[in-house]
Design a protein around this ligand. Structure first.
Ligand code: ADP
Ligand code: MG
Length: 226
């Protein structure tokens, strides 16, 4: 299975659906250690991303994800908008390029997607300067990427790699509970930020779970209006 235009489109729509479903939980988490807008920030951003895709005739998965990133940057005011926006633009850029006619999977197979997801994490880190353990998006994305890479390197299929990444991201998000925030709004709370799961790490887990869901062999296509 290749990460083609259809799957890229399905991924963004699945993230939008997951964010809609989990909006209240994300907001609740952000109310505990932030300003309570993470759910609404992402809902606004991914709803706009789906609208943008409805009007797009993309020429590959890279175009879908680049447009998604651009839309997130322009529609989300919170810290997470530019961070996720840059990440999706970097993933899109990594998946855009000349295909090798002798190896069509070179740009869209599990290994290529692993490198694109690595470019996404790099973009988050360049902009946000967070280290693992700072209680941010990085704490879910880092283990998810490691799991995805390890699976891809050992010859796993895209669904297998995506499932391993989703599980690692969910674990990474849970593992933020005891951490003290060192970046973003939650860091203003100092010690009082401990004991709460980080909202951004939680939404990153939703992103990776959505990837596992749309690549699963029995995945049902989401209609463009869903
Ligand atoms: P804001 O903090 O502006 O209200 P959001 O509520 O949408 O923005 O997003 C908050 C989340 O952003 C945090 O839970 C954290 O995971 C993430 N975050 C904040 N700063 C950084 C950073 N420097 N690097 C990575 N992620 C960050
Ligand atoms: Mg917030």
């Amino acid at each position: 299975m290749d990460f083609d235009t259809r799957l890229a489109d399905a991924w963004v729509r699945a993230i939008a659906a997951a964010v809609e479903r989990e909006q209240a939980r994300l907001t609740e988490l952000d109310s505990a250690i932030g300003d309570g807008d993470h759910g609404s920030n992402l809902h606004r951003g991914f709803t706009a991303a789906v609208t943008a895709l409805d009007g797009l005739q993309p020429d590959g998965p890279g175009a879908v994800l680049t447009r998604t990133g651009t839309t997130l940057i322009s529609k989300v005011g919170g810290t997470s908008g530019p961070l996720y926006g840059k990440a999706f633009r970097a993933i899109g850029a990594a998946l855009t390029g000349p295909t090798d006619p002798t190896d069509p999977a070179a740009l869209t197979g599990p290994t290529a997607l692993a490198e694109a997801l690595a470019a996404g994490l790099d973009a988050v880190r360049v902009l946000g300067k967070a280290e693992p353990g700072d209680k941010t998006i990085v704490d879910a994305w880092t283990p998810a990427l490691a799991a995805f890479r390890a699976a891809a390197a050992s010859g796993a299929t895209l669904p297998e790699a995506a499932r391993a990444a989703a599980e690692a991201a969910e674990q990474g998000a849970r593992d933020t509970i005891p951490l003290r925030a060192r970046k973003g709004r939650a860091s203003y709370l100092g010690e009082r930020s401990t004991g709460h799961q980080d909202p951004g790490a939680t939404s990153t887990a939703l992103l990776f779970r959505a990837l596992a869901t749309v690549t699963a062999p029995d995945a049902k296509p989401l209609s463009p209006s869903a």
